[in-house]
Design a protein around this ligand. Structure first.
Ligand SMILES: Nc1ncnc2c1ncn2[C@@H]1O[C@H](COP(=O)(O)OP(=O)(O)OP(=O)(O)O)[C@@H](O)[C@H]1O
Length: 270
């Protein structure tokens, strides 16, 4: 199977901050070093590792938000740097993101139905009326009945509801890939499973590829087909989820598994 989205030997350097917050000239630190990863159509690939291991930086490179210092990112086999005009727009439309805190990316003065309709109009050229109808249908699908929710403002929603809007907004562009960066970590434990179940259901129904960034191995076990494990900006293990949990190969993965109780996946999403 050929990869839909891939990083080939990417590294990303950032300037190191001195203790006073000053940028020390020419002192650079690699957030990601020599990482290759393939996201195949329709699969759930989890990127797991402790805080600071480079997961978000890798996700941002795949999203075209942070350019790699070296190496390349390809969509459908083409280097992002070579994409122009319609090809670039199509990539931006087909590869969407769900952040940890969607609230911050929603316009506080826009009704949520408008936030969902905007990408339909601008990315897909729908008329205002078609976008409004489709936005209503999407809100229904993510568990926010449109009749009740369409006119609400972001601050009138709970964190879990805002995250549902974030998912609807990502889907509004009819993506083929969603990069979800810790999408439930900021939510109350009690509602994490609901939002995860929603994401997993939509991924399956729509055959989306999902790159799921998390430090939560329970989530990995419940959702992922494949897993890559990062530490210190490098990938130390890549395996199917089943193989990773049954027979971790790398010492770091074994430590991660030993440090975290991983509940039965059936209970996570049941
Ligand atoms: N814009 C930036 N400028 C400077 N350093 C950065 C920047 N972005 C990331 N870093 C550094 O790169 C390293 C990796 O960060 P990154 O956010 O990718 O890790 P992470 O695994 O996603 O961590 P977390 O789970 O805490 O978000 C960290 O040391 C971080 O401080």
């Amino acid at each position: 199977m050929s990869a839909l989205l891939e990083a080939i030997d990417v590294s990303r350097l950032f300037p190191v901050r001195g203790s006073g917050g000053f940028l020390r000239k020419r002192t650079m630190q690699a957030a990601v070093q020599g990482v290759s990863v393939q996201v195949n159509p329709g699969e759930v690939l989890a990127v797991v590792g402790e805080s600071g291991s480079g997961k978000t930086t890798l996700g941002r490179m795949l999203l075209g938000l942070t350019p790699p210092s070296t190496g390349e990112v390809r969509y459908e086999g083409r280097d992002l740097r070579s994409l122009q005009g319609e090809d670039w727009k199509r990539y931006r439309r087909e590869v969407q993101v769900v952040f940890q805190d969607t609230g911050g990316s929603l316009n506080p003065r826009h009704a949520i139905a408008d936030s969902v309709a905007v990408p339909m109009r601008y990315n897909r050229g729908l008329s205002a009326a078609s976008a409004a109808a489709e936005a209503d249908a999407l809100l229904d699908q993510v568990g926010l009945p449109a009749a009740q929710f369409r006119h609400r403002l972001p601050h009138e929603l709970s964190g879990g509801q805002r995250q549902r809007v974030g998912i609807a907004r990502a889907l509004a562009s009819q993506p083929r890939v969603i990069v979800a960066d810790e999408p439930v970590s900021a939510l109350d434990v009690s509602i994490r499973a609901q939002v995860l179940r929603l994401l997993a259901g939509l991924q399956r129904e729509r055959g989306l590829a999902l790159l799921f960034i998390t430090h939560d191995l329970g989530v990995v076990r419940a959702l992922a087909d494949r897993v890559i494990v990062m530490t210190g900006g490098r990938v130390v293990e890549a395996a199917s989820a089943d193989a990773l949990f049954a027979d971790p190969q790398h010492e770091y993965t074994r430590q991660l598994l030993a440090a975290t109780p991983v509940p039965d996946p059936r209970r996570q999403l049941a």
